[in-house]
Design a protein around this ligand. Structure first.
Ligand SMILES: [Zn+2]
Length: 343
């Protein structure tokens, strides 16, 4: 089994890039699960298949087929899990399943209001008119999108939420590489919709002599050497895909919004030499105060000591937007500076 296990390298946290520690913690845990799924669940299945493949006389077709089914489905699912992490990390809001879309549709198709009942309040719902419902359903069709790894990039483009990044191109390139495509479109679909590899009787493939489907006793995975080679190639590509999503999260690569494509965002990290206070301001606010003709002095909101500039940081647009709320902490100082400068 060790033959199939891989190690995934963690990037050293970048010193010049702002990392959100809460997000970093949550997504590190999500990744740990995917890495364990790769190294334990998938590798175990593949190792079993490999052992049986080498001693076919000792095992039935059903036993071999069981592990083959298992490995094919798990490899393809592992891609989906990785895309789900990216969906959450990039805040794309695609839904993880058709069931979630169904539940949300049911909620939005009713008119909800809070009703006072004696000493308490309760939620009551009523129906929309047919015309209103048709308009709502049209909007829901655009808003409630279920994530499909197969057309992830197409959905990202359609949603117009984020700018496309080279990392996404690279990920899609791996996902659509020949071994992955073959495993997904040919074998996963066969196992999911046609027949399990444990079956003796299978749906026959279409060929030029007989251009139709039928039933056949010829097992589609009879050439097990080819199947083993395909699975090994898939493990190599999957490893690169997981590593890439891992690097995106570790390096906090969050695409800009579509309208700010290509724009860079910066912040300034301020540090209190007297206590443990550390915080950031956007570079633009910082520069604005410099532009008033004097070096601004920020006092620590905790101990009132003068803060020093620790470093200038590159950051994602999303983190930059959050930082704008930080101005509130320095509001008193900012107002004083602006007043002093204008007088
Ligand atoms: Zn302080």
């Amino acid at each position: 089994m060790e033959k199939y296990r891989r190690s995934f390298s963690s990037l050293k946290p970048s010193k010049t890039r702002m990392i959100n520690p809460v997000e970093f913690g949550i997504f590190s845990c999500a990744f740990e699960e995917i890495v364990r799924f790769f190294n334990d669940d998938i590798s175990i299945g593949l190792a079993h298949f490999m052992t049986m493949h080498n001693h076919l006389e000792d095992y039935s077709q059903r036993a071999v087929g069981f592990y083959l089914d298992n490995t094919i489905l798990k490899v393809v699912s592992c891609w989906d899990y990785s895309f789900q992490v990216l969906n959450q990390f990039w805040g794309l809001d695609f839904l993880s399943s058709a069931r979630s879309r169904e539940i949300l549709s049911d909620i939005y198709q009713k008119r909800w209001k809070v009703v006072e009942t004696g000493d308490s309040f309760t939620l009551a719902c009523s129906d929309y008119s047919e015309k209103q419902l048709a308009e709502i359903n049209e909007k829901l069709k655009q808003a409630l999108v279920v994530l499909h790894a197969d057309n992830f990039k197409k959905q990202v483009k359609r949603s117009k939420k984020i700018a496309l990044t080279p990392e996404l191109d690279r990920l899609m390139e791996l996902f659509n590489s020949q071994p992955c495509k073959e495993l997904r479109t040919q074998w996963r679909n066969h196992v999911t919709h046609g027949a399990s590899m444990t079956f003796g009787l299978h749906i026959s493939g279409i060929n030029s002599t007989l251009p139709t489907e039928g039933l056949s006793f010829t097992h589609p995975a009879k050439r097990r050497d080819d199947m083993l080679c395909l699975l090994q190639q898939n493990m190599d590509v999957l490893q690169k895909g997981i590593q890439l999503v891992h690097d995106i999260v570790w390096d906090n690569i969050v695409p800009n919004s579509r309208q700010n494509s290509g724009k860079m965002f910066y912040g300034v990290q301020l540090d209190c030499p007297n206590c443990d206070f550390k915080d950031c301001l956007t570079q633009d606010v910082f520069d604005l105060l410099h532009a008033k003709g004097r070096v601004p002095r920020f006092d620590c909101p905790k101990c009132r000591s003068p803060l020093t500039v620790l470093q200038h940081l590159e950051m994602a647009e999303r983190d930059y937007n959050w930082l704008l709320f930080n101005v509130e902490k320095f509001e008193g100082h900012l107002q004083n500076y602006l007043k002093d400068s204008s007088s």
